[in-house]
Design a protein around this ligand. Structure first.
Ligand code: NAD
Length: 254
């Protein structure tokens, strides 16, 4: 695709693994400079950034920080602005997906999931939106939500589903507020995406075939496919799309 994104700068949280890596890779393929946020494994991030720069001739860098900590969010945004001068695209992708029943989990586990999966996207969005308004540049915030924000198919994910449903409403509320500044806010709801982590888990639990039967298109998505959608949504071709969450579940929400 030629989405006319060359020269844009994106900050992708949790951007070096799984879906985040697919998004970083496809945005880089479109000529976007990516600030790849990470919280663990700096050598892996350095290797990924070198790969993107060599393959796509872009200027990507790694940015350390925990999205749930306001001081880290301040530092990340400051670092990206001092490196690139602006942020055109924020992808709130970082997230965790633990399994435990609501009635049994320690309070701090609930709070941790809400902090990372819901408060993190809010804290990052607020900072990046203000940087866009200051520079009068407009831009796009993309929130990675989930099928689980709409449907509860299995137990053990009450904190996760609650956080993702909150992300959907934050997407709408923020879009309502900041549309006048030329900033769009859009969510993506993936269904089941093949990432190294969940593929291992699905194989181990012997659930691969069972999961496939729940996906009408009959296949798991690849991370790069979420990247295609994120790049389109960040582009001017999507200028009429804001305040909504796009279903990318292969029909799981039908
Ligand atoms: P993943 O574990 O590969 O990626 C998550 C990334 O977030 C990792 O790099 C991790 O280090 C990072 N991260 C975790 N906590 C962080 C924090 N506090 N600060 C900064 N980074 C942090 O998993 P994934 O499957 O690629 O998930 C990416 C996003 O997609 C998540 O928001 C997840 O909820 C969502 N999602 C995934 C699927 C799927 O099938 N894989 C389906 C629906 C939604």
């Amino acid at each position: 695709m030629e989405l006319h994104l060359k020269g844009k700068v994106a900050l992708v949280t949790g951007g070096s693994t799984g879906i985040g890596a697919g998004i970083s890779e496809y945005l880089a393929a479109e000529g976007v400079a990516i600030a790849v946020n990470y919280i663990v494994d700096k050598p892996q991030v350095d290797e990924f950034v070198d790969y993107l720069n060599a393959k796509y001739k872009v200027n990507c860098t790694g940015v350390y920080g925990d999205v749930s900590k306001p001081a880290d969010d301040d530092a990340m945004v400051k670092q990206v602005l001092s490196t690139y001068g602006k942020i055109d695209i924020l992808v709130n992708n970082a997230g965790i997906w633990p399994t435990e029943d609501m009635k049994d989990m320690p309070d701090e586990n609930w709070i941790r999931v809400i902090n990372i999966n819901l408060n993190g996207p809010y804290l990052m969005s607020k900072r990046v939106v203000n940087s866009m308004i200051e520079r009068k540049i407009g831009g796009t915030i993309i929130n990675i939500s989930s099928k689980s924000a709409f449907q509860v198919n299995t137990g053990g994910h009450g904190h996760y589903t609650t956080a993702k449903a909150g992300v959907n409403m934050m997407t709408r509320s923020l879009a309502r507020e900041i549309s006048p500044f030329g900033i769009r806010v859009v969510g993506i709801a993936p269904g089941m995406v093949r990432t190294p982590l969940n593929e291992d888990k699905w194989n181990k639990d012997g659930l691969m075939e069972d999961y496939l039967t729940r996906i009408p298109v009959g296949r798991f998505a690849e991370p790069i496919e979420i990247g295609y959608l994120a790049a389109f949504l960040a582009s001017d071709f999507a200028r009429n799309i804001t305040g909504t969450v796009i279903d990318s579940t292969g029909g799981m929400l039908i």
